[in-house]
Design a protein around this ligand. Structure first.
Ligand SMILES: C[S@@+](CC[C@H](N)C(=O)[O-])C[C@H]1O[C@@H](n2cnc3c(N)ncnc32)[C@H](O)[C@@H]1O
Length: 220
C-alpha cells in the first residue's frame, strides 16, 4: 500500500526528537522544515555529513577551543556546522560568519541559526571564497574553517590569500567520482602536502563506506 507523508509529519517527528534528546539544533531544524524543505537539506543533515562535523567539533575542542576572534566557515552550505559550533559547550566562540557561493544558502543558514542570528552571534554571507580578503576583516578572524576544499579549483592558491599565521581547519576527501570535486586528494599525506601549513596541530582521517575524509588543523 502506498502512503503519502502529510506535510506536518517531519515537523512533528523532529519536534519529538528535540523533546527526546533536548538538542536545540533539532528544534531549529523542525522550524526550518515546517516553513520549507530546502533542496539538499536531507544531504546536509545525513549521518555522514553530521558525523564528519561531529569529528571536526571534537577535534577543535581538543586543540583550539577558544579561537581569538570570529570563526569564518567558508563553503558553509546551509550553516549546519555553524549551528554545531555555536551549540557546543566545550567551545567558546563569540561569532560565526558563514559564507557560500550559492545565494540559496544564506537565507536557509540564517533560518537554521535564527537564535544565534538574533543574539548577534551568526551571520550568513554570499560570496566566492577565492576572492575573499580576510586580512581586511574587522575584527580579525580567529579561525577559518573550510570543509569544502575538494570543491575548489586551486587549494594552494586560496590558502596563499589568507593572512600568514591565521589558524585554519581544513577538510578534503578522496571522493573523485563526484563531478563537483575538483581538488580531491588521495591520502592524508597528499592533503598535508597540498596545504603546506606552517604548524600542524591535528591531522587525521575518517573512513566512510565510499570515501575517506581528511582533516588538518593548524596555522596557514
Ligand atoms: C556540497 S557543499 C559541502 C561539502 C563539504 N564537504 C561539507 O561537508 O561541508 C559544498 C559547498 O561549497 C560551496 N562552494 C564551492 N565553491 C565555493 C567558493 N569558491 N566559495 C564559496 N563557496 C563555495 C558550494 O556552493 C556548496 O554549498
Amino acid at each position: 500500500m502506498t502512503q503519502t507523508t502529510p506535510p506536518d509529519a517531519f515537523y512533528d517527528i523532529l519536534r519529538g526528537v528535540a523533546a527526546l534528546t533536548g538538542n536545540p539544533i533539532v528544534g531549529d531544524l523542525a522550524r526550518l522544515v515546517a516553513e520549507e524543505m530546502p533542496a539538499e537539506l536531507w544531504i546536509a543533515f545525513n549521518h555522514k555529513q553530521i558525523g564528519s562535523k561531529r569529528w571536526l567539533v571534537d577535534a577543535l575542542a581538543q586543540v583550539l577551543p577558544r579561537p581569538q576572534g570570529p570563526v569564518w566557515v567558508l563553503g558553509a552550505w546551509y550553516g549546519v556546522l555553524g549551528a554545531m559550533l555555536l551549540g557546543d559547550e566545550r567551545l567558546a566562540i563569540g561569532e560565526v560568519v558563514s559564507l557560500d557561493l550559492d545565494p540559496a544558502c544564506a537565507p536557509v543558514a540564517e533560518r537554521l541559526n535564527r537564535r544565534h542570528l538574533a543574539a548577534g552571534r551568526f551571520r550568513a554571507l554570499t560570496g566566492d571564497m577565492m576572492a575573499l580578503d580576510l586580512a581586511r576583516q574587522q575584527p580579525a578572524p580567529g579561525l577559518v574553517i573550510n570543509t569544502s576544499c575538494e570543491h575548489l579549483p586551486d587549494v594552494p592558491g586560496w590558502l596563499a590569500r589568507l593572512p600568514a599565521g591565521l589558524p585554519v581547519l581544513l577538510q578534503s576527501n578522496d571522493y573523485v567520482r563526484e563531478p563537483d570535486h575538483l581538488s580531491c586528494v588521495a591520502s592524508l599525506d597528499a592533503f598535508t602536502a597540498q596545504a603546506r601549513l606552517s604548524e600542524v596541530w591535528f591531522a587525521g582521517e575518517l573512513a566512510t563506506r565510499n570515501y575517506t575524509r581528511f582533516m588538518l588543523i593548524g596555522r596557514r
